[in-house]
Write a protein that binds this ligand. Structure first.
Ligand code: GTP
Length: 352
């Protein structure tokens, strides 16, 4: 694939995944114990993308601090900061100095195994100025719906339609391939969005805007439930990613720096990171992810759960279907089922 630059949008107002975290943006939350953005970078790297621009407005230091200049991941990372959020298209305009060839834009909170090389071939074949990846969802009412004609040319955008009025289930999946000319149609230093601003404007001008339909895995990590489902799906192999090795899927993977009592019973798929201690008689039934420096005291039992770093589970406690954020302590003999647990609150994970 021709070498393309990618722009990742990580600066939106919903950058924190409440109530899981206040001080970290979604893009660095652990997915199978690695910051989410590492998975996105590896995904792009698979297609030969080595120049990546991260557009930031909220919590920029948290992201830069984790990812640095990208050399650890074999890419060059450039950061474009916005004093005030410029919106999705405004953020790309702000990075315009780096974009003089066909380029890719990705929403920073999506995980997909969509074939970018195929999307690029489609973009070229259609001679599009903008190609929008489309994902099929059962209920499009929370998304931007994109109507296309039989040639896949976009006819209309409908933002978050009521279910009864959604003309199609194809939604904007948040990956675009764009030609640099479109930057001329984005105002500078102004809040401007792709879905409500640039794309309708391009349609109005008669520019060739196409939708690239993809039926594979696609998830936007916008809620704790989706975050949980992504981790679980990766462990259960319902989705694969470039950073996920076979031993991590359908298997038991633990760091050599984890300490596991010989009487503990561990049923795959399970990942346990370094510094974690699993006590006597503990029962872990996957899918389970355990971060760094966690303690599972004797007789604790956990099933279907994601634990971040430095989580303590008291003796005899039972956890089912939970996400537990860093530095949380759960007392002995407690039953915690279907919950998001943080040091300050416990709320339901899946709501009926
Ligand atoms: P959030 O809840 O804000 O993450 O956005 P969303 O998933 O509801 O969708 P939206 O279309 O608002 O944003 C799509 C992507 O663009 C997300 O990854 C956002 O973080 C990012 N984004 C949204 N607004 C801005 C912005 O003003 N600046 C930058 N740099 N990124 C943005």
């Amino acid at each position: 694939m021709q070498k393309l630059t990618a722009v990742i949008l990580v600066g939106g107002p919903g950058t924190r995944l409440q109530p899981l975290t206040d001080d970290k943006p979604k893009s660095v939350l652990p997915v199978l114990n690695r910051p989410f953005m590492e998975h996105t970078i590896a995904y792009l790297r698979q297609y030969g993308v080595e120049d990546i621009i991260l557009t930031l407005s909220y919590l920029p230091d948290a992201i830069r601090g984790y990812l640095g200049d990208g050399s650890r991941y074999g890419v060059r990372l450039t950061y474009c900061l916005e004093k005030e959020p410029l919106g999705t298209a405004g953020a790309v305009k702000n990075a315009g100095a780096y974009l003089d060839n066909t380029f890719i834009v990705l929403n920073g909170d999506i995980f997909t195994d969509m074939n970018l090389a195929d999307m690029l071939a489609f973009h070229r074949e259609k001679k599009a100025k903008a190609t929008i990846s489309l994902s099929w969802v059962d209920n499009p009412s929370a998304f931007g719906v994109v109507e296309t004609d039989s040639e896949k040319r976009v006819k209309r955008f409908i933002e978050k339609p009521p279910l009864s009025e959604a003309a199609t289930n194809w939604i904007n999946a948040g990956i675009y391939i764009l030609e640099p000319e479109i930057l001329e149609h984005i105002p500078s230093n102004t809040h401007y969005m792709f879905e409500r601003g640039l794309f309708p404007r391009l349609l109005g001008m008669g520019a060739p805007v196409y939708g690239y339909p993809y039926r594979g895995y696609w998830m936007d990590m916008g809620t704790p439930e989706k975050y949980f489902s992504l981790n679980v799906g990766l462990l259960l192999s319902t989705v694969t990613g470039p950073l996920i090795s076979i031993s991590e899927q359908n298997g038991i993977y633990y760091s050599q720096y984890a300490v596991i009592h010989p009487t503990a019973v561990i049923m795959a798929p399970v990942m346990i990171d370094g510094g974690s201690r699993i006590g006597q008689g503990v029962r872990i039934k996957g899918p389970v992810v355990i971060g760094r420096d966690c303690r599972l005291e004797d007789g604790a039992s956990i099933e279907n759960a994601v634990l971040w770093d430095n989580v303590s589970i008291g003796a005899g406690a039972r956890l089912r279907q939970c996400v537990v954020s860093s530095n949380t302590t759960i007392g002995g003999n407690q039953d915690v089922i279907n919950c998001v647990v943080t040091p300050s609150q416990t709320v339901p994970l899946f709501r009926p």
